[in-house]
Design a protein around this ligand. Sequence first.
Ligand code: SDX
Length: 394
Amino acid sequence: ETGYITFDEGYGNTGSCKSEITFIDGEKGILRHRGYRIEDLAEKARFLETAYLIIYGELPSGDDYEAFRGRVHRNTAIHVGMESHFDGFPLDAHPMAILSSLLNSLGCYYPNLASNDREQDLEHFDEAAPLAISKVRTLAAMAYRMKVGKPFVYPDHKLLYSQNLLHMMFSEPYEQYVASETVAHALDLFLLLHADHEQNCSTSTVRMVASGGANLFASVSAGVSALWGPLHGGANMAVIRMLEAIHKDGDDGSRFIEAAKRKEARLMGFGHRVYRNFDPRAKILGKACTRVLDEMGKSDPLLDIARRLEQAALEDSYFIDRKLYPNVDFYSGILLKAIGIPVEMFTVLFAIGRLPGWLANWREIASEKDGRIHRPRQIYTGPAERDYIPLRTR
Ligand code: SDX
């Protein structure tokens, strides 16, 4: 009656709702990647180390980690032929549209990694995955530079993963931008916390596309498109715009809360289809906002408003009854803003962080023994059988 397809009906015959990658307990607010708690990874690991864990299932040894980082490092530059793609976009093209297009196009420059022959693509996965993780960063930075009308900045191979992204976004011909340890670590933490999240909208999209045998570039490109939606990855931009509007209205958040309860507004960054408790990533990001702003000697009135919204919502029966808590997007925008990332790039950075999870899920589907195409069934709610009416009588 609801028109919703339950996962069993939709995928039952393919068993695709089974995965070994990420575990979430929404009632208890638990998130684990391959058995490791997100709190431990956030405190002790780095983004690329967590990416390796999510993709391969184990924390890397020192040698494996260095080999993986080396492959990422060596693949930062893109084929010069891809630069001309940017000439075809209008200057105000959204970076998510550019990223989705160019990630798919990567497969054209590396056809041996994107053959759509499952065996061959799996065989080349160890080369393709770090290449994608590296080049997504370069393509994102180029999309930003095009948007602000500045020349592309080539990667600096002396820099670490997050620092190189910021260098390619913000360096000028007369001055290289080298992010401080605080800023680089904050970005690395942001990416780590977004690395995978079970069967969310974009990851399920990647699995759907992968189940048809499509290569990993085409599959993650579809993931970018799914992530762009304001109810999914686009929420981090919507949170900042919501907080700015509240701030501009001189509201301390209480008027906005009442509007949300009247369903005249949505508290962006709140609620989750699975978490009926705090999203553990929101807790970590909330603390990181305070730490980073303190270390940078900055303050942000939007953080004060966010804190008040969180407090008010956690005491208000409307939100308590609906089990609405802050999710990953509630504080992530404030953190990105504090380290100088422009709002239009927020969802792009979410995509960079989520790429390892998409790659791991592509690999899991591609590796399925009797890998079958996903073919959800439906509850038909259209008209019953009826006869054709000739045009002249209509
Ligand atoms: C991400 O799946 C993932 O894991 C996603 C993600 C990931 O890492 O991949 O975690 C990332 O997408 C996080 C979510 C980001 N989106 C937002 O913050 C947008 C704001 N949130 C909502 O739109 C909403 O909470 C969803 C989309 C996240 C979840 O929607 P549901 O579970 O379908 O909830 P619902 O729409 O059925 O709402 C249930 C009730 C309704 O009220 P009633 O009709 O019962 O009276 O809760 C209300 C809704 O009106 N409600 C909200 C609300 N979210 C739900 N009311 C005010 N503000 C909100 N944010």
